[in-house]
Design a protein around this ligand. Sequence first.
Ligand SMILES: [Zn+2]
Length: 248
Amino acid sequence: MNAELQRLIDLQRLDSAAHDAHRRLAEAPDRQEALGARLEAARTQLAAAKERLTGSQGARRAIEKEVAVHQGRLSKFREQAMEVKTNQEYHAVQHEIAFAQAEIKKLEDAILERMVEGDDLAALVKEAEHELAAEQKTVETDRLALTAEIAEMQAAVERIANERVALAGAIDPQVLSTFERIAGRRHGVAVAEARDGICTICHVRLRPQVFNTVRRNDSIVQCDSCNRILYFVPAPAPAADGVGQPAK
Ligand SMILES: [Zn+2]
């Protein structure tokens, strides 16, 4: 392999790695925000469950107050029943008593329903609390991992930049400027592998003579179509003695 060509391949590898690291760093704020949103969703769910429970308890208390009112009337009618003078009055009071009793029975049934509902809603609150606690744990873990990943990527960006300066310094300035010019026009990718007679990035078939030159990897050859600098990866050499390659 031509040393300059190898340096260009390495330079491209660094540029692509830097590009990748920058892209992932740029995505980090969105990922952080998504973690916050996950927590927020769990909190909202808990708040909603608590609100439903509070609502149900309030409704139950309101019914209990109504029961108290009817019970008050009931005892008043019972007192009146002691003092009635006529048969007609007696029937009227008995009617009121029966009505109040029926109302109380209805309301007590409603209270029972509310109690069952309250148990279900309390269980939902518990569940939402557990979910929030679990989410807090995983989000915290993910946050730490993301923070570590960001620090790692920042370190990688710095390391790559330093390596690039050193590597670029070893490349012939004219070759380097060709590389930079192509990279600038081709989304940062100035080097392409040629395989089976084709430029693997722009997919254009190379002239046989060009491909033959590229196969030797001993000079800087550019793709006629996309201008990228081409290199060739030879097939791995077969095992020398034909053994030592156990079938898997
Ligand atoms: Zn090409």
